[in-house]
Design a protein around this ligand. Structure first.
Ligand code: ADP
Length: 526
């Protein structure tokens, strides 16, 4: 059995343990890859938002360049830019400077109600241009290669204004245009619809100014939020774009998935262990049964041979007229009769067992008084047990009701129990039959003061062919069928067998018959 257990472990459990450990390792790796994919996706979304905001600005930039630099000079710069400001409504102001260091910067405001100090504005932005000459020179270089680049310029201490600059095209190579934007207005009016469209219900896209703590979220329900991934907003360098998943964060999702996978693997493992345990149990009981059957054959042969040898020996002695006294003759006859009875019983047990196994045993139930049935068994055995040195006692039941039973089958069961009590008694030779009533049952109990049965064996002795494999039982022969027959007989009576035993102190087997049971009188299959 140990070998089989080891083989099972080797061929089933070990590979699976390896597989599981491998899977666990991979799981971690997979989760990392998954997280990477999620993050890449988020980055892609942020990229598209950035792209969109730049497109918005570029469309206006292109219009400013083409319209103010057009060759037909019928329309003034002022009119053109004011039109653009009016049409787009995205920009607070637009300025035009004719070089990196112009005399004057021409300023155009969207809001006609504001009367600004154009001189101080011009001065302020001249300084900004001057300070950012390296940026502007870079833009000139791009322009020479035919590309108009738009660059953001940081304005000192300004929250409500952001500046984007770009160069003119061919006709005014040194010209610089400035677009002044209110970032928060731009975010809420221009970007907002786009953010909501991109985010749908799956993400929350936020625009955050880390310095001021400003945060705009595409979904209003999430007021305060720590975002998953941040990226600078190209057109407003002070602002970041952030994105997060609605509900759970990626970290949470990934750990949740990992947890789920772990639990699944755990369950799988547990199921496997249970399955292996069942296979082990099945194999074990099959092997035990095979062993028991082999033992059974040798036990039965022995059981049959002993009485046969005795019978033929005493019969021969009698036949040859070698026995002188009548008394001796009588003793020999009684031995022959007793041994043939024993032989008969063994054969009966085996026959009944095989009938029962095939489901062919018929029971004849009739209303019987258990006292009456048992007194008969007692009387049949009293003399025999007395001869064997047994103290055989009988305690009848008082006023017990009649119950339905197959008299013959029950007697046979009790004989089996008495036989066992004899076989498995050591020094204290004591057997007692007790009949009585308990709740809705009448019972007959066979008590002995024999070797007793361990708790573990008590669970198995009713299995067919099972014999306890230690101690006295080794030297005592038996078929291992007696108790299994008793059990089957009691099942047919819808009753039960209760065994109580302690090693070294003795055993008691109690057969319980239900009062008022619904058994079919006449014939009933086991
Ligand atoms: P067997 O032919 O071996 O007696 P049984 O089915 O009658 O087969 O009993 C099964 C086993 O139960 C026996 O081998 C014995 O070990 C144990 N057993 C049965 N009755 C007793 C008892 N009265 N005292 C101790 N052990 C018993």
């Amino acid at each position: 059995m140990k070998k089989i257990g080891l083989i099972l472990i080797l061929i089933i459990i070990l590979p699976i343990v390896f597989l599981l450990v491998n899977e666990l390792g991979k799981l971690n790796e997979n989760e990392k890859i998954l997280e990477q994919i999620y993050n890449d996706q988020l980055q892609a979304i942020l990229f598209s938002v950035n792209q969109y905001s730049e497109d918005v600005v570029r469309t206006t930039a292109n219009r400013i360049i083409t319209e103010t630099e057009s060759t037909s000079k019928n329309v003034s710069e002022t009119r053109t830019i004011e039109n653009i400001l009016n049409d787009s409504k995205k920009f607070t102001a637009i300025f035009v400077a004719d070089s990196i260091n112009p005399n004057k910067i021409r300023f155009y405001l969207r809001d006609k109600n504001i009367l600004p100090n154009f001189d101080s504005l011009s001065k302020f932005y001249k300084k900004i241009l001057f300070q950012n000459d390296s940026v502007i020179n870079r833009l000139y270089n791009y322009q020479k290669q035919g590309y108009i680049k738009i660059d953001p310029i940081r304005l000192p201490n300004s929250v409500n204004e952001s500046l984007l600059i770009f160069t003119g095209a061919g006709s005014y190579p040194k010209r610089i245009y400035g677009l002044i934007i209110n970032p928060q207005e731009f975010i809420t009016q221009i970007l907002s619809p786009r953010l909501q469209e991109v985010a749908k219900n799956e993400f929350i896209i936020s625009v955050i100014n880390p310095k001021t703590g400003y945060q705009y979220n595409s979904t209003k329900d999430f007021k305060k939020l720590t975002v998953q991934t941040q990226k600078a907003l190209w057109i407003f360098p002070d602002y970041n774009l952030g994105i997060s998943l609605v509900g759970k964060s990626i970290d949470e999702l990934v750990t949740e998935r990992a947890m789920n996978n772990l639990i699944l693997i755990g369950i799988l493992f547990a199921v496997l262990i249970v399955a292996v345990w069942f296979v082990y149990r099945a194999v074990k009981s099959e092997l035990e049964l095979a062993q028991a059957k082999a033992d059974f054959v040798s036990n039965v042969s022995h059981e049959l041979r002993t009485p046969l040898a005795l019978i033929s020996m005493f019969a021969e002695t009698l036949e040859m007229d070698r026995v002188k006294t009548e008394e001796k003759k009588k003793e020999y006859y009684s031995i022959i009769s007793h041994e043939s009875n024993r032989l008969g019983r063994i054969v009966n047990t085996i026959l009944n067992f095989s009938k029962m196994e095939a489901g062919k045993r018929k029971f004849n139930f009739a209303e019987e008084d258990l006292n009456e049935v048992m007194i008969q068994v007692y009387q049949n055995y009293d003399y025999h047990l007395f001869n064997k040195g047994f103290d055989f006692e009988y305690e009848p039941g008082i006023d017990i009701p009649k119950v339905l039973m197959d008299r013959e089958a029950v007697s046979e069961a009790i004989v089996n129990l008495i036989d066992n009590a004899v076989k498995y008694s050591d020094e204290t030779k004591f057997i007692k039959l007790v009949i009585g009533q308990e709740n809705n049952f009448v019972f007959v109990e066979v008590q002995d003061k024999g070797i007793g049965i361990s708790e573990e064996d008590q669970k198995k002795i009713f299995e067919k062919f099972y014999r306890v494999s230690t101690g006295l039982v080794h030297s005592t022969k038996g078929t291992g069928l007696g108790l299994s027959l008793v059990k089957q007989v009691m099942n047919a009576h819808k009753g039960k067998v209760i065994v109580k035993s302690k090693i070294g102190e003795g055993s008691s087997f109690k057969l319980m018959f239900p009062i008022n049971s619904q058994l079919n009188i006449g014939a009933n299959n086991a």
